[in-house]
Structures are given as structure tokens and as C-alpha cells.
Write a protein that binds this ligand. Sequence first.
Ligand SMILES: [Zn+2]
Ligand SMILES: [Zn+2]
Length: 252
Amino acid sequence: MTTHDARITRAAQLAANHPSAAPLLNFYAELARFQKPVFAELQSKSETHLRALVCHFPALIKLVSRSGTELLANFAAENLHGTDAQLELLSAVWEGGEAVVAFDPAGRFYARVLLQPFAEYLASRGDIQPSGAGPTCPFCNARPVAGVLRSEGDGGKRWLLCSLCSTEWQFRRVLCPGCGEENKDKLPIYTAAEFPAARVDACDTCQTYLKSIDLTKDGHAIPAVDEIATVALNIWADEHDYAKLETNLLGM
Ligand SMILES: [Zn+2]
Ligand SMILES: [Zn+2]
């Protein structure tokens, strides 16, 4: 797992190189700066209950009202009054499993900002076997937010990066994590010159995609952050009727 400091530094680098994605990257960096002490506190107190996250809501709501969208700020004003509502949201998203995709994206956003460091802390304690797993995270069962390509043996290997706890697990290259399609003719790969270390792994059977970040092409890439910097590829995929298998923290 990468540190929050590494993510914040990478977001600043990418914001300088990709001005069109800079507002998203700057907001992401602010969220990562917010998550860093949350993670540290959970770790220092060996805290494993969701209740420990509720005290961070006021600061998060303040951050969003300063730097986030009006839609997000309005959601908090209408739905996040009091600790009961806040804990309820956290529990619902944490326990929601596959149903979380049906949540209000704004509610999911607030929950994920806090659940990510929580899940990362739990994952850091757990003894996970990251190989031979299915299309969802072997630790927390969330969906992957991106693929990660590394040079290991012939042709390299693909890993999937958990959208919640940042666990990475190995996953076959020619296999759709959305529907299990194995026919490579149905699994086109798209690249763009602007992003040499990123690609769109699409599936023509279930019409979904995930982006992969190729660490053999950019060893400095941090997949969770580079995934946000390449938002132009999301727009391209959307225009070609591919739905993203899982959104990133910013809901994209
Ligand atoms: Zn996970
Ligand atoms: Zn598929």
C-alpha cells in the first residue's frame, strides 16, 4: 500500500503535467491530506469500529463546503445532521456489498472518504493471500477501481486495485472482471498518446471498462492517483458506451 504522502506528492506532480485534470487532482490531494491523520489515529488506537470515524465528519463536511461541489455540500446539509445519520451512512456503505453502487453518489462519497483509511488500516492488519482471487477484493469484497500492470515473467502480470482498502490482487490479463468474458476479441484495449502509462481495458460483452496503469512504462506512477489524472479516458470510454466498473473516490 502506498502512503498518503506519496499519493499527495504524485497528485501535485500530475496536476502540473495535466492542467485539465488539475482541479480534480487538487481536490483529491486535499482529501488524501484529510485521510492521512484518520488512518494514523485508527492505527495508533488499534481502532476497528466504524464509530471511531464519526468524529471526523464535521471536518470533512467543512473541507467539502470549502473545496467540493455544491452537490456534495448540499447532500451534507440535508442528510448528515447528527452522529446517528452519519454512522448509519457509514454502516450502510460498509455492509452494502454489491448494493452500494445503487447508493446516492454523494452519500457514497462521504462514506468512502472515511471508509478508505478504515479499510486500509484493517487490511494492513490482516493476513491476505492476494493471489488466485476473483473479480472483487479478497479482503473487503469491494470492486476494483483500476488495474495495475507489472513486469513479472512473460508478458507481465495484471493486478486489480481495490477501490476501498487498496489491496492489490492478481487477476488474469485476458478476463473481464465484470462478466468473466475470456475471448480476447471481445476485450479490446484502448490507449491514448497523451497517457503512455494508462490504457482502457474494455469488454464488449458487458460494455464495462477499467483503466490499467502500466508500471513498466512509468515506474513513478501511483495507480490510484494516475487513475484520476487520466479522466480524459473516462470521457472517451463514456462516449463509446462503456460504463466504468467502479468509480474512484471522486465518483468518476
Ligand atoms: Zn478491499
Ligand atoms: Zn465483461
